[in-house]
Design a protein around this ligand. Sequence first.
Ligand code: FPP
Length: 245
Amino acid sequence: MLFKQKKKKEIDMHNLPRHIGVIMDGNGRWAKKRGLPRSAGHSAGAEALKKIVTEANDLGVKYITVYAFSTENWKRPKEEVDYLMNLLLNYLKNAEQTLSGENVVIRAIGSRAEFSEEIREQIVKTEEFTKNNTGIVMNIALNYGGREEIATAARRIAEMTLDGKIKPEDIDDKLIGENLYTASQPDVDLLIRTSGEQRLSNFMLWQVSYAEMWFTDKLWPDFKPSDLCDAIIDFQNRGRRFGGV
Ligand code: FPP
């Protein structure tokens, strides 16, 4: 706890990233290193996630989006997909109590139609249960893909245009932003990816336009609240110019 306090003191509470995006990578490698099945890595990853969200909330960060299941993850072996679905279901059930106790608002972003009815119902239930909380908003990206999100927004805007509600010249970046899953939320300020990979992997393509990126070789289950503090401290030491000078 002592090192955590020390790190926390280094954080400028008036310059926190408003929105943190996290690509939680390396669960499989974490398990392999220990001679465990990949599923054990995902379970450990889910535990790490709870601690990170709690820490971000304690610090006063307002939004966090975590990449839990991409539109491409269906290509994994059925056994692994089934495990992840079960883990997700339990995570949502559990989070309703534990993370709600931490005042977290839980939301799912991504296309829901492909999930089982049980999962879809649980998502609605967890969102409903936590919606009046006043702490951090946690978006769990599920069957999420950045291109799919932008394409869905484009389709909606095309329909509004056809219905005569807007004109083509009304289409600007604000309108597109308002039709994304993250409508009304600030852009991502800080993007974290674990496990040494330095790619976006179709994550929040629109929202990370001006994000600072922070990479670590640590595998996701090893990522600790003190690592989150390191990322935030590093973020605060960068000069963000947003295209200006
Ligand atoms: C990437 O590691 C991780 C995932 C595809 C799933 C992320 C899921 C969790 C952190 C746990 C569950 C979260 C919830 C909300 C239930 P990988 O499997 O690609 O690892 P590898 O690159 O080492 O194989």
